[in-house]
Every structure is written in structure tokens, then in C-alpha cells.
Design a protein around this ligand. Structure first.
Ligand SMILES: [Zn+2]
Length: 79
């Protein structure tokens, strides 16, 4: 299954960052995903596969948290 993520999307992962925050902003998409912790600004890289396994929720365009299994984006933008 393939989801479409965009730079600037905010997501939560299965496990939060050690700093206590669990909101991450996507900085880079592609084969590897670069995330920035919104608590401490630390940046991490995950492979696309790791990212797909760890992602739980995404903040949608209406400002609501949506479980990733229910998330669909209308337009087809390949990222
Ligand atoms: Zn952090």
C-alpha cells in the first residue's frame, strides 16, 4: 500500500522521541525520509520501509489527527 506524504506533513510514530515529544515534521521524502522532532528539533533519517512501519498518525489538512490506516489524500501527487 502506498501513501502520499509531503514535506511539511506532521506525523506521529509508534514510539516518541526520547525528549518526550511524538510529533515529527517531514523534511524530506523519497527512498529515505528525513524527520524533525517538534520537541527538540533533532533530525533523523528513516528508510521508507522503517517509516511505513513506524508511522501511526498524520495531521490532515483540516488540522485533525488521522490514523494512517484511514488516511487518503485526494490528489495523486507522487512523492
Ligand atoms: Zn525530540
Amino acid at each position: 500500500m502506498h501513501y502520499h506524504y509531503r514535506v511539511e506533513d506532521v506525523v506521529t510514530l509508534k514510539k516518541g522521541h526520547p525528549c518526550g515529544e511524538n510529533r515529527w515534521k517531514i523534511l524530506r521524502t523519497g527512498a529515505d525520509i528525513k524527520l524533525q522532532c517538534l520537541g527538540c528539533d533533532r533530525q533523523i533519517w528513516l528508510t521508507r520501509m522503517e517509516f511505513d512501519k513506524r508511522i501511526r498518525k498524520i495531521l490532515n489538512d483540516d488540522g485533525k489527527w488521522v490514523s494512517i490506516v484511514h488516511f487518503r489524500r485526494e490528489e495523486e501527487e507522487d512523492v
